[in-house]
Design a protein around this ligand. Structure first.
Ligand code: 3H9
Length: 690
């Protein structure tokens, strides 16, 4: 065995040169892997004892792609294309032995081999689109020549990998292996060498391009299908253009088109934001400072208090991963309604073909209902998901304290209330934690894990691990009103209302936010959440348009009217009454109404969010700036191609952000705009949020 680099070994076994890659955790194509692959192939070509070459990876996976962490440091030799063209030009057959995931540059490497042998659990994909990129090492030109244009379009625009069985059916995998991958791939390579003759190269066979040549409408159809889902993103369109090039240009020309478009994306702000986000998401799961000996607690049975929309959604998350759940409600009617909604949700998914009937029954079977809280005595985790009222929550936790077994985790789904106050009514505040799910709880990826003053490290570890288990992304936050997500959102909603009071039509405010990339604007979001959230009928404020709308029975989408009017398809149209109310309140408060530019609207909606984010960081409520970004992208629809509020601030330049905040602070004299000391300090030192 010869070490070609620290990441690639070379040895010849039974006439096959085996290149063994070892670059944990995912065998990314770091410099040492590229160098080793190139040197290895060249060595094998000059080695008379080797008649074939096998690319095999140690560890849990085949190559999962280019090394994303190297992207920011600029090109490093050897260039990936040079490695692949060395492989592509090899007269000795090259076989890729694939387990785990062959993704991005990993799949592109495999496509430069003459043959691919894989285990049944392997997955194949080109997920570059998720990084705001396209496969830049020939993937867009080679994959359609193997699996066809339609399948390639689906794979590159969604980034979703396919399984080994499908890959085999499509011709991407030559042989599926049930036993020992290395041994069987070695035997396969030996066979191919013994057969002699030339070996197939993906680039040479255009047969599978023909149907798209005959049917070029496929590209327009793909664009149309994706238009809504990919609004604002550059990468999906660039990927489509590359596949068009594969169909319409000779291979080498197509490669050049791919290279040009790849370089454009790579140097653009969207890809930088999405690469940043890739690492931010993974970083969020790491909590500094927890005691090493604190052990994650086993969660085998869950209780949920409240079977409404939130409690039902929360319960589904656990049933989806096989964990039994008991839901507690206060009346049989409410319980039946809750369980019925859960069943309906599962059946809808089944109707769309995403769940089998059997799975519907299995999951519904895991969710039991009860009217007796005492039935939660054997649960390892109990999540309270009732409406936001401190007295009610305290009462529930007092009762739970007497019911739950020792060591059980008591969680609240509160979105804004003081978790420490809730924990204080129990004899075990160390077992109390916040698990703030976002609505709809069975869909939204974010989970705010709220750490109380006394929450134990083991309970925090369990909360973070649990999120992963139910396929959510957890962000750890401290206690403050609204935690990270809602506290920042309050700032935007306050300013959006002020803008409307000063004369900006709500549809203009919403359009500016929509065009920035949010799925909807501030007022549409208010209507969706319900305007009566937190509204107190007996203390309705005549100077608050939201309260006035509630008084009129306009409580949001659910009542067919809120800030907007809604039709049966829930499509909004501007409501004159809303504009009249804003004008009336403005007059009563002496606010002069006038035109406001889109630019001012955007600044005034987003800058307070950034400023609040900085305050949250300063107070230690969020662990790191990127956690705030993860919260916003997964919980509030901040467009991932803009990274999140803190990344966005960095990309604008903190000095510019601060100058604008100071401008509004001085011109309004309103403390709302007082700049965060952290922002001031970073901006004055020319630094960024980290
Ligand atoms: C590309 O290939 C461009 C080409 O077209 C070439 C153009 C010239 N690089 O996700 P996990 C780290 S673009 C560097 O928690 P899992 C990750 O940060 C690339 N690091 O594990 C984490 O580090 P840490 C196309 C990477 O088991 C650790 O590995 N490929 C990379 O849940 C474990 O990751 C992709 O986009 C990487 N490529 O999932 C695939 N990948 O422990 C991206 C992972 O310090 N990767 N890391 O936090 C994935 O989708 C998942 O990581 C994978 C494993 C499914 C592989």
């Amino acid at each position: 065995m010869v070490a070609l680099t620290s990441m690639v070994d070379y040895n010849v076994e039974e006439g096959v040169a085996v290149l063994t890659l070892n670059n944990p955790p995912v065998n990314a194509l770091s410099q040492g892997v590229r160098q080793g692959l190139k040197d290895g192939v060249e060595k094998a070509l000059a080695d008379d004892s080797a008649q074939a070459i096998l690319v095999f990876c140690e560890g849990r996976t085949f190559i999962a792609g280019a090394d994303i962490s190297e992207f920011s440091s600029g090109p490093m030799e050897p260039n990936f294309h040079a490695v692949l063209s060395t492989m592509d030009g090899s007269p000795k057959p090259i076989v890729a032995a694939i387990h785990g995931t062959a993704l991005g540059g990993g799949l592109e490497t495999a496509l430069c081999c003459n043959y691919r042998v894989a285990v049944g659990s392997a997955k194949f994909g080109l997920p570059e689109v998720n990084l705001g990129l396209l496969p830049g090492a020939g993937g867009t030109q080679r994959l359609p020549r193997v699996v066809g244009v339609e399948k390639t379009l689906a794979m590159v625009t969604s980034g979703v990998p396919i399984g080994a069985a499908e890959a085999h059916k499509l011709g991407l995998v030559d042989q599926l292996v049930e036993g020992d991958l290395r041994a069987e791939a070695l035997a396969f390579a030996k066979d191919k060498a013994a057969q002699g003759g030339s070996h197939p190269r993906v680039r040479d066979n255009d047969d599978k391009l023909q149907s798209a040549k005959d049917n070029p409408e496929i590209f327009a159809a793909t664009r149309k299908m994706l238009a809504r889902k990919t609004r604002g993103f550059l990468a999906p369109e660039y990927n489509i253009r590359c596949i068009e090039a594969a169909v319409n240009q000779p291979f080498d020309e197509g490669l050049k088109t791919e290279g040009k478009l790849f370089a454009e994306l790579m140097s653009g702000p969207q890809s930088q934001a999405q690469q940043y986000f890739f690492f931010s998401e993974r970083q969020a799961g790491k909590v500094p400072g927890l005691a090493e000996d604190a052990k994650e607690l086993p969660i085998a049975k869950v209780g949920v208090i409240g079977g409404g929309l939130m409690g039902g959604g929360i319960s589904m998350n656990f049933a989806n991963v096989g964990v039994p759940v008991t839901i507690v409600e206060t009346s049989q009617e409410a319980l039946d309604r809750g369980l019925g909604t859960i069943r309906k949700n599962y059946e809808n998914t089944a109707r769309k073909g995403r769940l089998t009937e059997e799975a519907v029954e299995q999951r519904c079977g895991l969710i039991q209902g009860t009217l007796d809280m005492a039935d939660l005595a054997d649960c390892d985790l109990i999540i309270e998901a009732v409406f936001e009222n401190m007295a009610v929550k305290k009462d529930i936790f007092t009762r739970l304290d007497g019911i739950a077994k020792q060591g059980a985790i008591l969680a609240s789904n509160t979105s804004a209330l003081d978790l420490n106050e809730i924990a204080s009514v129990t004899s075990r505040p160390e077992s109390v934690i916040g698990l703030h799910f976002f609505s709809p709880a069975n869909v939204m990826k974010l989970l705010e894990v709220v750490r109380g003053d006394k929450t134990s490290d083991a309970v925090i570890k369990t909360g973070m691990a649990l999120a992963k288990r139910i396929r959510k992304v957890a962000v750890l936050v401290g206690v403050c009103p609204g935690f990270v997500g809602n506290r920042i959102l309050f700032m935007r909603q306050i300013e959006a209302s002020k803008l409307a009071l000063e004369g900006a039509p709500i549809e203009q405010v919403d359009k500016v936010l929509f065009d920035f990339g949010f799925p909807m604007g501030a007022f549409q979001m208010g209507d969706l959440a319900g305007l009566d959230l937190g509204w107190d009928k007996d203390n309705s404020n005549p100077m608050d348009v939201k309260d006035r709308l509630c008084e009129l029975g306009r409580r949001g989408q659910k009542t067919g009217a809120g800030f907007y009017d809604y039709d049966e398809k829930r499509m909004p149209t501007p409501a004159p009454v809303t504009a009249e109310l804003f004008a009336e309140v403005a007059a009563a408060q002496g606010v002069t109404q006038g035109d406001i530019s889109d630019e001012e609207i955007l600044d005034r909606c987003l800058l307070p969010m950034i400023n609040e984010g900085a305050k949250i960081l300063d107070e230690g409520i969020a662990v790191r700036a990127s956690d705030i970004d993860v919260t916003y992208v997964y919980g509030y629809g901040w467009p991932v191609y803009r990274g999140g509020p803190m990344h966005y601030a960095n990309s604008l330049g903190l000095d510019k952000v601060l100058a604008k905040i100071r401008h509004y602070h001085e011109s309004t004299g309103d403390d709302f705009w007082a700049p965060s000391p952290l922002l001031v300090s970073l901006a004055e030192q020319g630094k960024r949020f980290k």
